[in-house]
Write a protein that binds this ligand. Structure first.
Ligand code: MN
Length: 233
C-alpha cells in the first residue's frame, strides 16, 4: 500500500506568468539585504562590499498582487520595500557569474513587507530577523514576465507609490550586487533549483503602511504590483 498522509499536504504556492497559462510553482524565497547604498544609509548602515547577505521567507508567505490583506499582526510599524524579484527556471550549485543568468526564468515586481519594529528589536538583541521578515503575506509578488520579454537588466526605473504619492524611486543599476553576482554567490551556499525566488533588495524610501493604505509598485517592462491593507473595523 502506498503511504498516506495524516492530512492533506499544503498546496504549492504558485505565481501567474505573463503570456503563459502555466503557473510558476514556488520552492524557496531568498532575500538580499542592503543592496542599494541609499537604503542602507537611511537605515543607519553601510553597505558591506565584501559580500552580499541574505535572509529567507517561507514559500507560504507569498501574497499575489491585487490582494487586500489585514494589517500584519504583532507590529506597530509594518514597512513596504519595493524590489525586483528574480524567478529561477533552472538550478545549480557553484554557478559561475557568466552562466548565472541562464538559470533565470523571469522577473517580477515584489514587495518585501517588513515588521520594522520587530526587525529592529532583533538587530538590537543580535537575534534572527524571522519575526520581522517571514510572516503571512510578507512576500508580495506580481505576475512573472519571462526574461526574454524584459531584455537585459540595466537602468530600468523601480518605484513605489503609497496612496498615490511616489515614495520610492530609483534605478536597477543602483544595485550594489547585480543579478548575476547574487545568483553566483548564493549558489555557493545553497543548491538552487527551479522555483526559487530571489528578492534583490530595496532602494531608499521605505516607510510605513497603515490600515487602508494602497501600494502600487513598478519596474519598467514588468507588470505592476498592487497591495491594499484592509481598513480598520
Ligand atoms: Mn528587502
Amino acid at each position: 500500500m502506498p503511504a498516506s498522509y495524516l492530512f492533506d499536504p499544503p498546496a504549492v504556492p504558485v505565481i501567474p506568468v505573463t503570456g503563459d497559462a502555466r503557473l510558476f510553482p514556488v520552492r524557496r524565497i531568498f532575500c538580499v539585504g542592503r543592496n542599494y547604498a541609499a537604503h542602507a544609509a537611511e537605515m543607519g548602515n553601510e553597505v558591506d562590499r565584501e559580500a552580499p547577505f541574505y535572509f529567507t521567507k517561507s514559500a507560504h508567505a507569498i501574497c499575489l498582487s491585487g490582494a487586500a490583506i489585514p494589517y500584519p499582526s504583532g507590529t506597530q510599524d509594518c514597512h513596504h520595500e519595493m524590489e525586483l524579484v528574480v524567478a529561477l527556471g533552472q538550478g545549480g550549485a557553484r554557478v559561475d557569474e557568466a552562466q548565472a543568468l541562464g538559470l533565470v526564468f523571469g522577473y517580477a515586481c515584489g514587495i518585501d513587507l517588513t515588521r520594522r519594529d520587530l526587525q529592529a528589536a532583533a538587530k538590537d538583541k543580535r537575534r534572527p530577523w524571522d519575526l520581522g521578515k517571514d510572516f503571512d503575506n510578507a512576500a508580495v509578488i506580481a505576475p512573472i514576465t519571462p526574461a526574454a520579454a524584459l531584455g537585459k537588466i540595466g537602468d530600468q526605473r523601480i518605484w513605489l507609490d503609497r496612496d498615490g504619492e511616489r515614495v520610492q524611486d530609483a534605478r536597477l543599476s543602483e544595485m550594489v550586487w547585480n543579478v548575476a553576482e547574487i545568483i553566483a554567490h548564493l549558489s555557493r551556499y545553497y543548491r538552487l533549483a527551479a522555483g526559487d525566488l530571489i528578492y534583490t533588495g530595496t532602494p531608499a524610501g521605505v516607510g510605513p503602511v497603515a490600515p487602508g493604505s494602497a501600494l502600487e509598485g513598478g519596474i519598467d517592462g514588468l507588470k505592476p504590483v498592487r497591495l491594499r491593507i484592509e481598513p480598520e473595523g
